[in-house]
Write a protein that binds this ligand. Structure first.
Ligand code: SAM
Length: 261
């Protein structure tokens, strides 16, 4: 099997997996509604790095159920969204329309590795939890190609920096009643892959650690957020680690990566 076949097979599996997942994301009309100012710390930071979006052309990479596309459009951007999963694209259309921004969002089924957009078309590219699903070499080249000179790409992603999480993912999830959420082919985003993307971009590259998301995973996966006291305690522990032990920040579960052209 050639590498090209491998990518094709992975894309097929991803598409099927996310087609199945999407149903659970918005069960009725009210779940489609999005408040563009109700963002968490990491999302707020991404929007800070994007600045004024009025009349900007923005690409939402791996748009999933269309929450980010809708927020971008509600904040004034002209949004193009793509995803490998047909059902995700249907949901993105539905969500954008329900929120009154259907005219500003153009969702299309497409793979990150073969974008159909023109060269230097976008001011910004954004994505949440998508880089760790794709072929990095091909995806990085496509991303760089479709961004304007001076454009910025920014992604909120998971991270492979924490060896405890790597071990837990390998040996615990999917066993002992601990749920496994991800698809078969995804692997958390490593520093090596971030460097690989950075090599394609001529401008600044940055990694930001804006929170320490670690003990909360124990609550989510083991205690299933059923005991309020524990939920509160583990959240506080994460916050204390973030503030008091900055050297630990890079071992949190989440990171934001930025590439400038
Ligand atoms: C973890 S989900 C994130 C979805 C959305 N960004 C969000 O945060 O809700 C990953 C998304 O990437 C999409 N995806 C996976 N591989 C892809 C590829 N090669 N090209 C385009 N989209 C892909 C999946 O279909 C899925 O919607």
């Amino acid at each position: 099997m050639t590498a090209k076949d491998d990518i094709g097979k992975i894309q097929e599996r991803e598409s099927k997996f996310w087609d199945r997942q999407i149903d659970s994301f918005a069960k009725d009309e009210k779940d489609l509604m999005v408040n563009e100012y109700n963002l968490n710390v990491l999302e707020s930071f991404v929007f800070e790095r994007l600045g004024d979006l009025k009349d900007k052309k923005v690409l939402d990479c791996g748009c999933g159920s269309g929450v980010l596309s809708t927020v971008l459009a509600k904040r004034g951007a002209t949004v193009f969204s793509f995803d490998i999963s047909h059902e995700s694209i249907n949901m993105t259309k539905k969500r954008a329309e329900a929120n009154g921004v259907g005219n500003l969002v153009t969702p299309q089924v497409m793979s990150f590795e073969d974008l159909i957009y023109k060269d230097q078309y976008f001011d910004f590219a954004v994505g949440y939890f998508v880089l760790h699903h794709i072929d990095i070499d091909k995806g990085a080249r496509e991303l760089n190609r479709v961004l304007k000179k001076g454009g910025r790409a920014i992604f909120l992603e998971n991270s492979s920096n924490n060896p405890f999480l790597t071990i837990a993912r390998k040996f615990l999830t999917g066993r002992f009643g601990i749920p496994k959420h991800g698809s078969e082919d995804e692997t958390p985003l490593s520093c090596k892959k971030i460097r690989q993307i950075g090599e394609v971009f001529s401008g600044d590259k940055k990694i930001y650690y804006k929170n320490f998301f670690f003990f909360r995973l124990i609550d989510e996966f083991i205690f299933k957020e059923k005991i309020k006291m524990i939920t509160k305690l583990l959240k506080i522990l994460d916050e204390v680690c973030y503030r008091v032990l900055p050297m630990l920040r890079k071992f949190g579960y989440l990171q934001i990566v930025e590439f400038n052209k």
